[in-house]
Ligand binder design. Structure first.
Ligand code: 5GP
Length: 209
């Protein structure tokens, strides 16, 4: 097992649940969280920026990186490959920072094997109808791509029990608040608090009263 001093948050959701907006808002309000930028063989959507949203690479390059063992986890999702950089995770972990992974449930299962202490958060839409509407309103994918994503919802949601927390993204502000509360609660856990030297010193002083 690899030592992890910071918290490792895994955020998973069916496509169109608003996970990306949620994560973006979380990061804007929390300078101590670092988001892992995944590699993908998917072509960029309009407005997406290389190295900000993803590292966009060709399928051949992705396969080469897989063969080299460059990924902590990787998975084929809706016909494209996605993966998390092994090097970035170990460097960031060594610096003790908290990490957010925005990945699918196959990737979440792989990460959990290496880091059983990771914190899994599953985001659900308020209803099936809302999910469908969001995917069509987003208007970023072709109709057949949207249909493929809707077809996958049932399988994805069947993994909900593998996660520690569930957020229903009905009102975005409420969901952002829920997510921030989870992050805060995890940081306040005893093991985490007592990892910090200054807190250990405080406890020892108080115990010697
Ligand atoms: P999208 O194409 O909509 O950006 O992402 C499609 C799916 O791939 C989402 O469920 C997203 O969470 C997932 N995904 C993004 N990056 C990664 C990754 O590095 N690994 C895995 N396993 N899934 C990812």
């Amino acid at each position: 097992m690899v030592m992890c001093t910071g918290c490792l948050f895994i955020i998973t959701a069916p496509s169109g649940t608003g996970k990306t907006s949620l994560v973006r808002a979380l990061l804007e309000n929390d300078a101590d969280l670092r988001l892992s930028i995944s590699y993908t063989s998917r072509p960029p959507r309009e407005g997406e920026v290389h190295e900000r949203d993803y590292h966009f690479v060709s399928r051949a390059m992705f396969e080469q990186m897989q063969a080299n063992g460059d990924f902590l986890e990787s998975a084929e999702v809706y016909g494209n490959w996605y993966g998390t950089s092994q090097r970035w995770i170990s460097d960031t972990m060594q610096s003790g920072q908290d990490i957010v992974l925005e990945i699918d449930c196959q990737g979440a299962a792989q990460v959990r094997k290496f880091f059983p202490q990771s914190i899994g958060i599953f985001v659900l839409p308020p209803s099936a109808k809302a999910l469908e509407e969001r995917l069509f309103l987003r208007d970023k994918d072709a109709a057949d791509v949207i249909q493929r994503r809707l077809d996958a919802v049932c399988e994805e949601v069947s993994h909900v029990n593998e996660f520690d927390y569930v957020i229903i993204n009905n009102i975005l502000e409420d969901a952002i608040c829920d997510l921030a509360c989870i992050v805060k609660a995890e940081r306040l856990k005893r093991e985490r608090q007592l990892q910090m030297q200054k807190n250990q010193v405080l406890v020892s002083r108080l115990m010697s009263f």
